[in-house]
Design a protein around this ligand. Structure first.
Ligand code: SAM
Length: 337
């Protein structure tokens, strides 16, 4: 089939070679030998993990996606209307991103979209759709790990650049790493011109929060267990995936949701690619994600620690989610991306 768009409209560069495994091997070796076992959430996202997350975002209990979309529907033109370029970390299906790109196209300023995601299939599919929907758009896709590959983001063009991290993904970082990562995103911004668009889920009634991560259909449970399927496939491990229960609870002191996998019985697993034997006691838990919730004070303190200043903080009508637009303070030195 002939593409409807110019072939040069899409460039995709992959920094995840066959030997790379998205740092999975190192993370598994670290995480499964700790006294309290832990795996980082980026490893949920193979093709199936991406599809499961998409289903989660449609669930009645999972309000963050709807709340963030409501803000973008109301404010996309104010947020992105005069921008030329959108760099999006963890772009996924880029569903909400379309609202921003359309606002930029309507204003006649849209030039380039730079999505970065570990899931190549999703990134390529959304790039194809977007260049068909928005004539003249160029996509420079980066298949990579945004914790390791921000240095491959191309230099900005002449117009305003927006760097976006949506979906509350920033909440997956523990507090110190979160500030370090904000600093690295800030380094992609030119002071006085570019903006960071950051989605943050807000502190609220724990009943609402816990329901969002314990849906009745069990999709979040499948998403949680998917990390073990990824380890089994990519590192030749033999975890009995169905022998782990999904656990999600709100830690009121730290104000974050924690997801864990709990072994339903004592078991031994072998991760053949690492020559690693792992023992789980009955009911032993392994942490697979934290999702920090924000107060205005926490948001402003984190931004300030990264040399950023909020220009505007927008919320949905129910005040469940916040989308902040920040700029880099002129005086601040920031990290290399
Ligand atoms: C919670 S989903 C959010 C997707 C979309 N931005 C949204 O708001 O609906 C997180 C996305 O980030 C990607 N992701 C997670 N960790 C990543 C990493 N370290 N580097 C690159 N992409 C990552 C996943 O593949 C997934 O598409």
């Amino acid at each position: 089939m002939t593409p409807l768009h110019a072939p040069e409209a899409i460039v995709v560069r992959s920094y995840l070679g066959p030997g790379d495994e998205r740092s999975l091997a190192d993370d598994v070796l670290d995480g499964l030998t700790r006294p309290f076992k832990e795996l980082p959430p980026k490893h949920f996202y193979d093709a199936r993990g991406g599809e499961l997350f998409d289903r989660i975002s449609e669930l009645p209990e999972y309000y963050p996606t709807r709340a963030e979309r409501a803000i973008l529907e109301a404010r996309a033109a104010d947020v992105a209307g005069d921008a030329a370029e959108l760099v999006e970390l963890g772009s996924g299906t880029a569903t909400k991103t379309r609202l921003l790109l359309r606002a930029m196209a309507d204003a006649g300023t849209l030039r380039r979209y730079v999505p970065i995601d570990v899931t190549e299939g999703l990134l390529r599919a959304s790039a194809e759709e977007l260049v068909c929907e928005l004539p003249g758009l160029r996509v420079h896709g980066i298949v990579g790990d945004f914790e390791r590959h921000l240095g491959h983001v191309p230099a900005p063009g002449p117009g305003r650049r927006i760097v976006a991290l949506l979906g509350g993904t920033i909440g997956n970082f523990p507090p110190g790493s979160r500030r370090r990562f904000l600093r690295r995103m800030a380094a992609l911004l030119r002071p006085g011109r570019d903006r960071l668009l950051l989605g943050t889920d807000l502190v609220k009634d724990p009943v609402v929060l816990e329901a969002a991560y314990n849906d009745a259909e069990g999709v979040t449970a499948e998403f949680n267990r998917n990390v073990l399927r990824v380890v089994n496939r990519e590192l030749c491990a033999d975890f009995d995936v169905d022998a782990f229960d999904h656990v999600a609870f709100y830690d009121r002191e730290r104000e974050w949701i924690e997801m864990r996998l709990r072994a339903t019985r004592r078991m031994d697993a072998r991760v053949a690619a690492l020559g690693l034997d792992v023992a789980f006691a009955a009911r032993e838990e392994m942490r697979t994600e934290i999702s920090a919730k924000f107060t205005p004070a926490r948001l402003h303190a984190d931004l300030a620690a990264a040399g950023l200043r909020a220009v505007e903080v927008m919320t949905d009508p129910d005040r469940r989610f916040a989308l902040s637009l920040s700029e880099r303070s002129r005086s601040q030195r920031t990290a290399q991306p």
